[in-house]
Design a protein around this ligand. Structure first.
Ligand SMILES: CC(C)(COP(=O)(O)OP(=O)(O)OC[C@H]1O[C@@H](n2cnc3c(N)ncnc32)[C@H](O)[C@@H]1OP(=O)(O)O)[C@@H](O)C(=O)NCCC(=O)NCCS
Length: 158
């Protein structure tokens, strides 16, 4: 497996895979393009023999330059549980450290049990922020991503 920084040309592949892999993490296509161009230092793809098997798109916060935010990540369902996500996260964390960041942050849907288990395994901890609402037994920040879109906030000191 190879994990490398994205190139602009990766963006259409990421668009295809985000649809093909079927999770609820689909973004507007232009966002993938923006990420692959303007944030390529903190965006990675994982490949197996030239085939894309995962990606992680993140950026360093301008408002809080000591923080790097993981916006989206996804692994090919047939490669899950094999450490691909861990490798992607590790590269992202290394890039964040090299940029002088002290903290990695992310958000997840409270229904995304696998995503939350993954974040915990990577050492991220849940942050209580704003008005909390319990969703499926998980405290989430109410309306964080819009009305009814309650999200769980995560962070890790690095
Ligand atoms: C979350 C996701 C990226 C994890 O990728 P992955 O390559 O399968 O993860 P890894 O194999 O590197 O797992 C690392 C650790 O995370 C934890 N983990 C990962 N998936 C898990 C699951 N489904 N259930 C419980 N724990 C899980 C485990 O502790 C695992 O370590 P272990 O295998 O030694 O037990 C992948 O499941 C995915 O693409 N999900 C859909 C999109 C998504 O939810 N993205 C995250 C946004 S919140």
């Amino acid at each position: 497996m190879l994990v490398r920084n994205v190139f602009e040309s990766d963006f259409l592949g990421i668009v295809d895979k985000s649809k093909e892999w079927g999770d609820l993490v689909i973004e507007r296509e232009a966002i993938y393009h923006v990420m692959c161009v303007h944030f390529r230092g903190t965006c990675f793809v994982a490949e197996d023999q030239g085939k894309m098997i995962g990606y992680l798109l993140g950026f360093r916060s301008q408002a809080s330059p000591d923080q790097a935010y993981m916006h989206l990540m996804q692994v090919d369902p047939s490669y899950r549980g094999l450490g691909v996500g861990q490798r992607l996260f590790s590269q992202f964390q290394q890039a964040a450290i090299a940029m002088g960041c002290k903290k990695v942050t992310a958000v997840s849907r409270p229904q995304n049990k696998a995503g939350m288990a993954f974040y915990k395994s990577m050492g991220l901890k849940q942050e209580a922020s704003g008005n909390l609402i319990e969703v499926e037994g998980v405290p989430a920040t109410k309306d964080y991503n819009g009305p009814g879109k309650h999200m769980v906030l995560w962070s890790k000191e690095i």
